[in-house]
Design a protein around this ligand. Structure first.
Ligand SMILES: [Zn+2]
Length: 262
């Protein structure tokens, strides 16, 4: 006789079976990306919405991380299915990230206003770790919903602890030594900013506003203490340092070297 266990024990994370979701379809692409979200709604209504029963707004996600006193990972869609969590989205050369990704929805009303509790962060870390290992997801492909839907989404927000995750091997972060080197340079100009953000993965709309929104998305992830859409020297240094570390083929928009006197 099968013994009923409270959850599936897998790489240290206990998985709790949740309600199933209709917001999914069979997967046709290999998994290369991990997308993080905040729900902007409490647990009960999030679980209702994510069952994907609304035909006009069919949504779904693989995992929900709750905000209960002892946070839980709640499974809704098997990884062999593509869940409808990203919507219209792009990252690098890929469009429509649903088929390429695993999605995690984190219960938080607004990750730009409400900090993520430490217990919840540790569970997110463990869950990301097992997913990344299982699929060999590269650091630059661990992204915020706001990274892949620039100007449309702001989750999981500027208070999401990306740096803390990166210190534990989850996702991308620039090397301090590179940031310090690039801090001595002037900020990239508009054309350089656009091409460097694009080289890193961001898909920008044309025009000044498109660029501003792209800089905001970048800052929300990598320079969260000031998200103002302005390419200043610090934002430029972080972007150049990330490119050097993860996109070594990309030009860094560096000023032409001063010719030594003849
Ligand atoms: Zn989202």
């Amino acid at each position: 006789m099968e013994v009923e266990l409270p959850g599936i024990y897998r790489s240290g994370v206990i998985h709790h079976p949740g309600p199933t979701s209709e917001g999914c379809e069979p997967r046709t692409q290999i998994i290369t990306h991990l997308v993080l979200h905040h729900t902007a709604a409490p647990l009960p209504s999030s679980l209702r919405t994510l069952q994907g029963k609304n035909p006009d707004h069919r949504v779904g996600v693989h995992y929900v991380v709750s905000d209960e006193p002892s946070p839980r990972v709640i499974d809704m869609v098997p990884e062999s299915y593509s869940a409808y969590h990203a919507g219209k989205s792009a990252w690098g050369s890929k469009d429509g990230l649903n088929q390429h990704s695993i999605g995690i929805e984190i219960i938080n009303l607004d990750g730009n206003k409400h900090p993520y509790p430490a217990d919840q962060v540790e569970l997110i870390l463990a869950l990301c770790d097992e997913i990344i290992r299982r699929h060999g997801i590269s650091p630059v492909n661990v992204v915020a919903h706001s990274d892949i839907a620039v100007g449309r989404k702001i989750d999981p927000g500027s208070l999401f602890p990306w740096r803390h995750l990166a210190e534990h091997g989850i996702g991308a972060w620039p090397l301090t030594v590179d940031v310090e080197e690039f801090l001595t340079l002037p900020a990239p100009n508009e054309a350089q900013s656009r091409s460097m953000l694009t080289d890193y993965g961001y898909r920008l709309e044309a025009g000044r506003e498109g660029l501003r929104l792209g800089i905001e998305a970048f800052q929300r992830h990598f320079r969260p203490h000031r998200v103002d859409g302005t390419m200043d020297a610090e934002t430029g240094a972080l972007l150049r340092a990330l490119l050097r570390r993860y996109r070594p083929e990309a030009p860094l928009g560096l000023p032409a070297a001063v010719k030594p006197a003849a």
